[in-house]
Write a protein that binds this ligand. Structure first.
Ligand code: F7E
Length: 328
């Protein structure tokens, strides 16, 4: 039975990936930090097949112990402080977890190594935030980086280090440069889920308005369920490499709003939305659009869920989720 070890198991991608790998017959270990992590119960209930292993990206010895104990074939490093807005206020923590955390994982993989004929394969969750103030449109694996947040800077560090460990020590280490990917499991702090969830709450009379920041920003939004498949495909190749994972389409936050309010049946979003400077960022990433040609040609990966289907799926989920909560 192949074995996978996932950091960031409680996040959107960790949960999608665990489900995907379990379906492929993997034994799945999920790393969780803290003495009494409040999310452990949720994971145990939702995914009883996941074996939870203690460990923390800020503690190298815990990572070595976790890999020694689990002896994985594949390691997926999805753990991070992943909320860009928060990274401006907690820059040092972001650098430690999102940046240095990658160094510690790579060191742990190098130390534990795996069998000589079956070395551990490592996946690093790189991000389109590394492109930041974009140098070319669309962005490819060759586009230079210009991060615009402490989060983006930490991800650039992790990305370069993954390439460096591959080149220096021959690790089977891949970076997936994933553009924004969403879905019903997205945290409520991210703009897509904030919009679909608040629109559902307004529709049900629980909330009065939706307060946002910059709605002109454009993102290449895909479905998280499609993107975890790309992570796995990268680790099944003969040679490790880096890939852009994106849809190749871009939409503004305003377009996301229009479609959501339309699908919820609330009409013009302008009647329900207010902007507040507190949700604007000190430096913004205005436009992201990825070119996934390499992933398509080399991995045979293509996104399956369209922008409109994605919004529809999130709206449908949040209407159901919020009305179920009302009944309880
Ligand atoms: O913001 C604007 C905001 O927080 C998207 C993470 O998964 O994807 C994500 O990073 C845009 C930005 O995601 C609000 O200013 C307006 O332009 O949903 P977001 P993100 O920053 O693009 C990348 C690929 C990652 O790697 C990250 O980990 O929406 N925006 N008003 C707002 N954003 C939020 N969160 N809340 C607002 O009220």
């Amino acid at each position: 039975m192949p074995t996978a070890f996932i950091t960031g198991i409680t996040g959107q991608d960790g949960r999608h990936l665990a489900e995907f790998l379990h379906g492929k017959g993997y034994k799945v270990y999920g790393m969780m930090k803290g003495q009494h992590n409040p999310r452990a119960e949720m994971i145990r209930e939702e995914f009883p097949f996941i074996e939870i292993v203690p460990g923390d990206l800020t503690d190298l010895s815990s990572l070595v112990a976790a890999l020694e104990q689990t002896q994985p074939d594949e390691v997926y490093n999805l753990g991070a402080i992943s909320f860009v807005a928060m990274s401006f206020n907690q820059a040092e923590l972001t650098a430690n977890v999102t940046g240095l955390g990658v160094l510690r994982m790579l060191e742990a993989v190098r130390m534990v190594g795996g069998a000589t004929n079956n070395p551990i394969r490592f996946y690093q969750a790189s991000s389109s935030e590394m492109f930041g103030k974009v140098r070319e449109v669309p962005q490819t694996e060759m586009t230079p980086f210009h991060p615009r947040s402490p989060y983006g800077v930490a991800k650039v560090f992790g990305h370069h280090l993954t390439v460096n460990y591959r080149e220096s020590y021959g690790l089977f280490a891949c970076s997936g440069i994933l553009f924004n990917h969403e879905g019903p499991r997205r945290g409520l702090e991210f703009v897509t889920r904030k919009i679909t969830n608040t629109a559902a709450r307004i529709k049900l009379g629980i909330e009065k308005e939706l307060v946002l920041g910059n709605i002109d920003a454009k993102r290449d939004w895909g479905f998280a369920g499609d993107y975890v498949k790309a992570m796995w495909l990268m680790l099944q190749q003969r040679e490790p490499d880096d890939y852009v994972i994106a849809t190749g389409e871009t939409h503004s936050v305003e377009e996301f709003l229009t479609l959501t309010f339309d699908k919820v049946g609330l009409g013009d979003w302008r009647a329900h939305v207010r902007q507040d400077p507190k949700f604007f960022r000190p430096a913004e990433v205005d436009l992201l659009i990825g070119d996934p040609s390499k992933a398509k040609n080399q991995l045979g990966w293509v996104p399956e869920v369209s922008f409109e289907q994605l919004v529809g799926m999130m709206v449908e989920h949040d209407l159901r989720y919020e009305s179920d909560r009302l009944k309880r």
